[in-house]
Design a protein around this ligand. Structure first.
Ligand code: ACO
Length: 160
């Protein structure tokens, strides 16, 4: 696939029925909990990279008010990861939040998401807050990644 030929689209889904199975699978790569996704998705902008109308990467950008925006979800189809699509979506989210007058852009992840922490810091986000044991308090099953138990929620922010 020629990655330069992917098209970018902004979508404003109003209801679950508008979410295709491919998009749902993508969103659940970043967050397995559909009940949580379905709360924030319909209050957010959805940035899509598509091939022939099929989403292959997505980013959910929510306006939190008070000139603060949050990237709630970012995902790239597994076979296309590592080709720069995630970085491309992050840059686009920064551009859109800046154009909308945002002061701060925020993204959250877990302590065990080493690659994501690398990518977000490389893009310019800085660690601002650690919510200790967040994932133990809020998720019924233990989460393991990179041989590390996911316990703490890390909030990174960027001043725009
Ligand atoms: N492990 C190791 N390195 C990584 C990872 C990872 N999981 N993800 C990105 N990187 C590195 C790449 O190696 C690359 O490094 P380089 O610039 O030095 O070569 C850099 O980060 C940029 O990578 P991209 O190719 O732009 O990232 P990609 O297209 O793979 O997208 C993403 C990154 C979205 C995290 C993707 O891997 C993915 O969908 N992962 C599964 C879902 C997920 O974890 N989403 C984030 C959850 S948190 C949230 O949604 C707020």
């Amino acid at each position: 696939m020629k990655l330069s030929h992917l098209t970018t689209r902004i979508m404003h889904p109003q209801q679950v029925a508008e979410v295709s199975p491919q998009l749902r699978a993508l969103l659940q790569l970043a967050d397995p909990h559909w009940d949580l996704i379905s709360i924030y998705l319909f209050r957010s902008d959805l940035l899509l990279l598509e091939q022939n109308g099929i989403p292959v990467a997505c980013l959910v950008l929510q306006d939190l008010g008070d000139r603060e925006y949050e990237i709630k979800n970012i995902a790239v189809r597994a076979d296309l990861q590592g080709n720069g699509l995630g970085s491309r979506l992050l840059r686009e989210a920064i551009r859109r939040a800046t154009a909308a007058g945002a002061r701060t852009l925020l993204i959250r992840t877990g302590n065990s998401s080493i690659g994501q922490l690398y990518l977000y810091q490389k893009t310019g986000f800085r660690i601002r807050q650690i919510d200790t044991d967040f994932f133990i308090r809020n998720y019924p099953e233990p989460i393991w990644e990179n041989g590390i138990r996911c316990r703490d929620r890390i909030t990174l922010t960027m001043d725009l």
